[in-house]
Write a protein that binds this ligand. Sequence first.
Ligand SMILES: *Cc1c(COP(=O)(O)O)cnc(C)c1O
Length: 408
Amino acid sequence: MQSTEIAKTTTPTDRTGPHPAMRSALPKIPFNRPYATGNEFGYIGEAIENLHLSGNGPFGERCASWLEQTLGCQRALLTSSCTSALEMAMLVAGIGPGDEVVMPSFTFVTTASSVVMRGAVPVFVDVREDTLNLDESQVEAAISERTRAILPVHYAGVGCDLDGIAAIAAHYGLTLIEDAAQGISAFYEGRPLGTVGDLGCVSFHETKNLICGEGGALLINRTDWVQRAEVVQEKGTDRADFLRGGVDRYTWIDLGSSFLMSEIKAAFLWAQIELAQEILARRLSIWRAYHERLASLEQAGLLRRPSIPVGREHNAHMYYILCADRRTRDWLIARLAESNIHALFHYVPLHSAPAGRRFGQTPAAMPVTDRVSETLLRLPLWVQMSEAEVERVCVAIEEAYESFPTSP
Ligand SMILES: *Cc1c(COP(=O)(O)O)cnc(C)c1O
């Protein structure tokens, strides 16, 4: 396996010729490059010296308190991933067999699979044209007697219409769970994403803004759910209460699993949290550089840039463009690859994915989701990306459009 891989890239007589990217003399601009602040090693060393390596140790406590204080949630529990946080959320909210959860189809797999793991049914609703977030005007039509929760996603770290969605949830007595995987350091009407719903789920995966490899957090915004969430996180036991001295031994009291983040990862995460403002500022400046530079292509009607509604403070998690059609998008990906620039499409809509069709329901047509999935292109954006690299991406896009064939 390995030897054929090497042969493929080194044999010039390969009948397909060298990969276009290899023709380019320009250094590669990857789509993402995880950023380490430099303090991670030191903190991991400290964690090892502390001899507390499992979850909720000193670094875990520090990270959780930071989340609680800066975001203003009742409790933050660190998890092994945002997927774990979503799975915890379903247990805490008591989602069970036959229950329905309304969510977008234009999202990551585990927004829906966390629901399916409980024997419940994801009900897919289309997204809005402007933010690519759940279209609140279509949510009510998807609600049935079995609906238990609404699960909106803040795509690209731009808040969805939380007031509108929260009003619907309150009216029908539904739980509101925010998939804020991409939402750290972003706000809706001054409120941090993940803290408006009953529960919020955050990701620290290496592709997100603050990272620890694989990690996440469940934000609990209801006081009466805090203890339940602690039990779910501690494998269904009252161990958290025991450690506080509330009970004299701990035992199995409810459903749960091993959802904790290890102390090694929390030490890494703490280094990131300390530089959260710098990381945010750097990402925002790259985002703005793209946005200004690509304005003329939008004015020329060639592409669409992201739009940020008033009252939303985004976190520059992602910069995307929307092309006219799939052919243009795929062509642009190929042109950028020739310049050694790695740009990416995004979600295959869950309602049309094999498992989404098997486990989910799609009560109405999904024109925006279907179109966006075919036309969206994500551009490289990472903390140490230079201005020259941003410029190179923009020039490559401009040159590509100048040479775009007008007929197929
Ligand atoms: C990244 C992401 C997840 C999953 O996060 P992990 O930490 O990788 O489990 C879930 N939902 C959305 C919208 C995401 O972007």
